[in-house]
Write a protein of this length. Structure first.
Lengths: 639, 222, 251
């Protein structure tokens, strides 16, 4: 059994990262050219890492399944990116940001990593601004900030409602520059299907060219996964439809431990499910909660049009339950509160699965113009999708699967339990504990890619300078390729009757109902069996037309879904193991009298890192104990 | 020329176009004196013709003008061919997008204007050079420089007058896109001034052809 | 709703393509256009036929993957919307809908409705960036940027790289795309340092890739799902001028 070593540097919290950087091993510029690095995924983390590594002089190969890196789903982040600049002079600091993240994550994240994420946040903003990211500004020409859920300062930098797009395009422009300079080679339209491990070290990937279907081998001295989250396991989520867990899952099967797989953030303000055909839940930015008020009717039977329901008959349940934070409670709290109301029968809309987000007061106070300036594009979007005008009547929203705090377990250097295999951004588990605060995802991704990985990866590669270019005819490559082609052949041979998509929908349904916003032992156990059964049916009845040697989108889907079954079971296993409630993980058995999440620190103050055994066997749990030296564990209260 | 940057080509098109636009104004200014707008209009017209055909500076400008026409034409054709090549397979249901409508037909209106130009040359310029015979009709033409009577003869011919009117309407279409397009190509687009330029362009593309059209209309009616 | 779809089918880049007709009986007006295609594909797969290949990813109008030429409009008849945000309620019962891929020489068809748009990236690689090494940036607020300029820069920067401008342009010109990037940087002090080199290189690459010339028809602006303005094109023209006339050397 591998012992988990998080390799946290010694010394006081605030000095750990400095200490690490000062003592990390370096690679001489002349040697960097000789070292190859593969980066999988081109979101903010992947692009920024690849660009920076290329700039340092390494040979970088970048893989993504889209036609261009710019399409990675970081592009869809709306609200903003946090940094501890304290431009608003409202008492912000690195420590405050760190503290908010630790508390927001419900004390299930690693202090040292979170502190470092907060520490490098300011440099990320400077970097992005220098790259020409047009963040919002004040009339005086300085950068503007806004506040976000779960904190009491304004530290969020934003570019209207498309901050993720702007930040990603900033990172992508850096990547383009490196492609221009010849240090980075792009491999778009590739699905990375396996990780190649030689003598215990990650040495390459096996990828499928999505246009030709050719299975390709790519070798490197180190592999970086920046593959994002696996929220599409719910089928309907705020993620891109093609987002997947395949590369991360392959890493898990090759020996990388999976950390806290059941920690999934359900975002409170998404468009509700409108009909059975829906393929996607579009997020309505959390920033809307700055001015919008969330309510349901006080009376279950109140079927009046929302505009005709007078103030006294409305229940602003967030303001009622959490007077201190009101509508700006953290996401997990907001989502659960909505679910609680809907489960109790107060939900609105044809399905009863939505609540109102009302701008009436804000429009009255600030005027339609001011509201349009802030949220105009979101209002238009809502109008277009639903056909209802939010200036005239309240929006209807409901929580949706959004972000996976869980991911590949990494040490302080962002390396997984496979040597030379790194995981950054959402694909690792490291910075958000059991719940992520708004606008800290972009912050983590940019920090990981620009300022953390380049140091830690160099530290690893310093020992590799004598290793020549890795040959792709190694046995391990052969074995990995066989594994991939074998799996594809098996899928093609099923030749059943049902589409891959139909299985995905059913899987999503099971996961949403039993391993979503609230979980209980009975439901989880039932879900496990259901997933297992569905998986069996999938392997008997899925239908993939065409051949694997061409552009075949059905095959792509089937490969991704096949991996989701295993991951779903792992999520359920993890959720079953953690009998406490913490952050987004809400075990119904563990709640306070008022229905809040009840942590059990004495038993569950650990990171669950799961080790793969074999296809049929149960995974082995390794516990990384969480030690808090700088914050006091408290009940997380937003009242 | 083909290898030049697409933007350079557009600048040249725009510059040439603006020069031609200015030329048209001068041309119209003189032509209007064919009409009895003053008592001695015929005399003024004659003097203007005399000036335009003998002044050495005008001779130089004349060469520039011919070159401008040539450049505008050649570049227009090169750009168009490149544009056709850029979309080898066309749409089945072609462009329903809202566009500057006449921009779609610049090559067509341009070619028709070119044909007209050739006729125009045969009727006037080549006569001056002595290459072709002056147009005949009711009015006797007094020498190679008697453009007044040549014009009167032509415009009194109904067929010619109608063709002339139609062609000038097409010229108006060409100009209605060309005017503001030239400014855009030169990078002169400004939230305050572009609306004025557009308005000017439309006004120009209506008023100038209308001015030219007045002349044959006069002869058709009276 | 009942609909008749005429969809371009082409198995790969080398084989010839043709239109195939599909009749759909049960289309809900609440479906998005892509969900309607999902539903068509479900039927095709169950019959063992190859589904219609089309690109899509985020399905919330921001990634720029989707892009179908629908009844004479890139992204369909809805203004300021990508194909994924086009809802069937804008069509009439019984209507015939023609669905084609983007058509342009630099966008060869890969399969059915999927085209290769990487030429857009090639233009960005030729200069669509500000050269700043990681960690070399100064404290952000030391450079003040006029709010109007920052806002305008943002308006140019929201381009999603879908290529609708190229698809809409009768000349398959990429001017709107290129000028949006040039403008974004030209409006910011950070971008001024390399402005001359940037505009010349990007324009040269654009020409080299075989995009058409701009004839100021403005179909690009009319069809851009993100509302990118043709003032960007004028600005790029100005920048190009400046670079050619004032630049010490031609790039």
């Amino acid at each position: 059994m591998t012992k988990l070593d998080s390799k946290i540097p010694q010394g006081p919290l605030a000095e750990k990262w400095t200490h690490y950087k000062e003592h990390a091993r370096l690679v001489n510029p002349a040697n960097r050219k000789k070292l190859d690095i593969i980066v999988v995924g081109t979101g903010i983390a992947g692009s920024s890492a690849a660009a920076t590594l290329g700039e340092m002089g390494y040979n970088v190969k970048v893989f993504c399944y889209q036609d261009m890196p710019r399409r990675a789903h970081s592009v869809a982040a709306q609200g903003g990116i946090n940094a501890a600049k304290n431009y608003k002079n409202d008492g912000d600091s690195v420590f405050r940001l760190f503290y908010d993240m630790i508390k927001g994550g419900d004390y299930r994240s690693r202090e040292a990593n979170v502190y470092r994420a907060a520490e490098v946040s300011n440099a990320s903003i400077d970097q992005l601004v220098a790259q020409g990211v047009p963040f919002a500004r004040e009339y005086g020409g300085t950068l503007a900030n806004r506040s976000f859920g779960g904190v009491q300062v304004s530290r969020t930098f934003y570019a209207q409602g498309q901050t993720g797009q702007q930040v990603l395009l900033g990172c992508y422009s850096g990547l383009c520059r490196q492609v221009d300079l010849g240090t980075v080679t792009m491999y778009p339209r590739r699905d990375v299907l396996d990780i190649v491990v030689i003598d215990g070290k990650a040495r390459g990937v096996v990828a499928r060219n999505l246009v030709t279907g050719v299975i390709e081998r790519h070798a490197a001295h180190a592999v970086v996964l920046a593959t994002g989250g696996y929220g599409t396991i719910y089928y309907l989520s705020t993620l891109a439809v093609n987002s997947n867990a395949t590369a991360a899952w392959a890493a898990y099967k090759r020996g990388a431990f999976f950390g806290n797989p059941s920690f999934v953030q359900i975002h409170p303000t998404s468009l509700p499910v409108l009909n059975e055909y829906q393929s996607k839940l579009t997020l309505m930015s959390e920033s809307l909660r700055n001015d919008g008020r969330i309510w349901v009717p006080k009376d279950k039977e109140d079927k009046r049009h929302p505009n005709h329901i007078p103030e006294e008959d409305r229940d602003y349940y967030l303001e009622r339950r959490y007077p201190a934070y009101g509508n700006l409670v953290p996401r997990d709290v907001g989502s659960r509160a909505a679910k609680e109301r809907c489960d109790a029968g107060y939900g609105v809309g044809p399905t009863g699965l939505s609540v109102y987000l009302d701008f009436k007061d804000a429009i009255q106070k600030q005027g339609k113009k001011a509201i349009a300036a802030k949220y105009g594009n979101l209002f238009e979007l809502y109008h277009r999708v639903t056909g209802s005008d939010p200036y005239e009547e309240p929006m209807r929203i409901y929580p949706a699967g959004h972000y996976t705090m869980g991911g590949l377990w990494v040490d302080y250097g962002l390396m997984t339990t496979i040597n030379g295999l790194f995981a950054i951004g959402e694909s690792n588990f490291s910075d958000h504990g059991a719940n992520r605060l708004g606008a800290s995802s972009l912050m983590q991704c940019a920090g990981d890619g620009y300022f953390i990985l380049p140091y830690t990866l160099s530290d690893y590669l310093a020992a590799e300078i004598r290793t020549p270019h890795i040959a792709t005819d190694d046995k391990a490559f052969e074995e990995a390729e066989k594994n991939v082609t074998g799996r594809i052949d098996k899928l093609m041979k099923v030749n059943g009757r049902k589409t891959a998509l139909s299985f995905h929908k059913r899987l999503g349904n099971i996961m949403w109902n039993h391993c979503g916003m609230a979980r209980n032992e009975e439901g989880l156990k039932k879900a496990y069996d259901m997933v297992e059964e569905l998986e069996k049916e999938f392997w008997k009845d899925v239908r993939i037309p065409g051949t694997p040697n061409e552009l075949n989108q059905e095959l792509e889907k089937a490969i991704r879904i096949a991996d989701f079954f295993g991951l779903a079971k792992l999520m359920i296993t993890d959720a079953l193991d953690r009998k406490e409630s913490c952050g987004a993980h809400f075990r119904e058995e563990s709640q306070t009298g008022s229905g809040e999440a009840q942590r059990i620190d004495s038993t569950y103050s650990y990171v669950a890192a799961w080790e793969y055994t074999d296809e049929a066997g149960t995974p082995v749990l390794h516990k990384e104990p969480l030690v808090f030296e700088n914050v006091e564990l408290k009940e997380r209260s937003y009242k | 020329m083909i290898k030049q940057s697409s933007l350079t080509k557009k600048f040249i098109m725009a510059f040439a176009g603006i020069f031609l636009v200015l030329f048209l104004l001068v041309h119209l200014g003189i032509n209007l004196f064919i009409l009895p707008i003053t008592v001695n209009h015929q005399e003024i017209f004659g003097q203007a013709v005399q000036f335009m055909t003998s002044n050495p500076l005008v001779k130089v400008i004349e060469i520039v003008l011919f070159l401008t026409f040539l450049i505008h034409m050649v570049y227009g054709i090169i750009l168009q061919i490149q544009n056709w090549i850029a979309r080898p397979k066309r749409y089945r249901r072609e462009g329903w997008s809202q566009t500057s409508f006449f921009s779609k037909f610049m090559i067509h209106t341009g070619i028709i204007i070119l044909i007209f130009l050739v006729i125009h040359f045969i009727n006037f310029y080549f006569v001056k050079l002595g290459w072709t015979a002056p147009p005949t009709g009711q009015a006797p033409v007094l020498g190679d420089h008697d453009f007044y009577h040549m014009a009167v003869n032509l415009f009194s011919n109904t067929t010619y007058a109608v063709i002339y009117i139609v062609l000038l309407i097409l010229l108006g279409f060409h100009l209605s896109h060309a005017f503001q397009s030239a400014f855009q190509s030169l990078g002169l687009n400004h939230s305050k001034y572009t609306p004025i330029i557009r308005w000017l362009g439309y006004a120009y593309s209506v008023i100038v052809p209308l001015g030219f059209i007045c002349i044959p209309l006069y002869f058709l009616i009276f | 709703m009942k609909l008749r779809l005429k969809i371009w089918r082409q198995p790969n880049a080398t084989e010839k393509g043709k239109f195939a007709t599909y009749d759909m009986d049960n289309v809900s007006p609440e479906m998005s256009f892509l969900e309607m295609l999902d539903s068509l594909n479900g039927t095709l797969v169950e019959k063992g036929e190859m589904p219609v290949a089309f690109e899509h990813d985020c399905r919330e109008g921001i990634c720029g993957s989707c892009g179908l030429y629908i009844n004479g409009h890139p992204h369909g008849p809805q203004k300021l919307a990508t194909t994924c945000h086009l809802y069937m309620r804008v069509f009439r019962d019984g209507q015939t809908i023609v669905v084609e891929p983007w058509r342009a020489r630099p966008f060869p068809v890969i399969r059915d409705l999927i085209v290769d748009r990487t030429s857009l990236e090639k233009i960005l690689v030729a200069g669509g960036y500000i050269s700043v090494d990681t960690g070399q940036a100064a404290e952000s607020n030391t450079t003040k940027i006029q709010k109007e300029n920052a806002d305008e820069s943002y308006d140019s920067a929201v381009c999603i790289g879908c290529g609708a401008c190229v698809a809409a342009c009768k000349n398959a010109s990429a001017m709107l795309f290129v000028s949006a990037k040039v403008s974004q940087f030209a409006l910011l002090p950070q971008g001024k340092v390399e402005a001359k080199r940037r505009v010349q290189r990007m324009v040269a690459r654009m020409d080299e890739l075989g995009f058409g010339n701009c004839t100021n028809s403005y179909a690009c602006e009319a069809e851009c799902p993100k509302g990118i303005k043709i003032t960007n094109i004028a600005r790029m023209n100005r920048e190009f001028w400046k670079a050619k006339v004032c630049g010490q050397k031609t790039v």
